[in-house]
Ligand binder design. Structure first.
Ligand SMILES: Nc1ncnc2c1ncn2[C@@H]1O[C@H](COP(=O)(O)OP(=O)(O)O)[C@@H](O)[C@H]1O
Ligand SMILES: [Mg+2]
Length: 191
């Protein structure tokens, strides 16, 4: 009975954030900083579950336009799934990359993996006794509100990587702002 109440509680919590139609609040955001803040709140729990946490970010990763509260929800849902997949412990790696106008974040686990024919993004799809099957639907909704994309690759028995990609913030990273770029190269030519 109590378990059912807990389950309903998390179901309602998840459902509320899925249904909430409010606009997202975008600001220039540093992904390494956001991930660092997120891990400050979770790393102790992950470590206590036998999971090593690793981060890998290039020093010059551009900013993205993001709603930091919602991106932390994305990280929480993806990392929670990663940790759930590593019941015997393992390694959780969060890696940032910069590729052609996008910043991507890879969340890699060394867990059980996802079978080929399993539709993870399907609403209410869960393999967990107390799962809601809403976590990845919420993630996908938030990422698409950021004009981003999400994909994953998995090797059953070896682990899974979820990759989210978001457009870089062109107004705050000079090299992607064309007016900035031409000014820059002008200055360089003259001097
Ligand atoms: N990193 C992962 N490794 C293995 N399975 C995963 C992973 N992420 C998601 N899944 C599978 O996808 C299902 C749906 O995930 P999600 O939408 O977050 O719902 P929930 O976590 O409540 O089950 C999970 O129950 C699990 O079977
Ligand atoms: Mg989940």
């Amino acid at each position: 009975m109590l378990k059912e109440i807990y389950r309903l509680g998390s179901l309602l919590g998840d459902f509320r954030s899925l249904a909430r139609p409010e606009n997202i609040d975008l600001h220039p955001t540093s992904m390494p900083q956001l991930v660092g803040e997120f891990l400050n709140t979770q790393a102790v729990e992950y470590t206590s579950r036998g999971i090593a946490v690793e981060q890998d970010f290039p020093a010059d990763l551009p900013m993205v336009m993001a709603d930091s509260r919602r991106m932390k929800q994305v990280l929480l849902n993806l990392c929670k799934n990663a940790v759930d997949a590593m019941a015997e412990g393992g390694t959780l790696t969060i890696r940032g990359r910069h590729l052609a106008g996008t910043v991507s974040l890879e969340i890699t686990d060394t867990g059980v993996g996802i079978p080929d024919d399993f539709e993870v993004f399907q609403l209410f799809k869960t393999t967990k006794e107390h799962g809601t099957g809403l976590g990845l639907s919420i993630v996908r909704q938030i990422i698409s509100a950021h004009q981003g994309t999400i994909s994953y690759r998995s090797e059953p028995g070896n682990g899974t990587t979820f990759t989210i990609s978001m457009p870089v913030d062109s107004t705050h990273s000079g090299q992607f702002d064309s007016s900035y770029r031409s000014n820059d190269s002008m200055t360089r030519k003259i001097s």
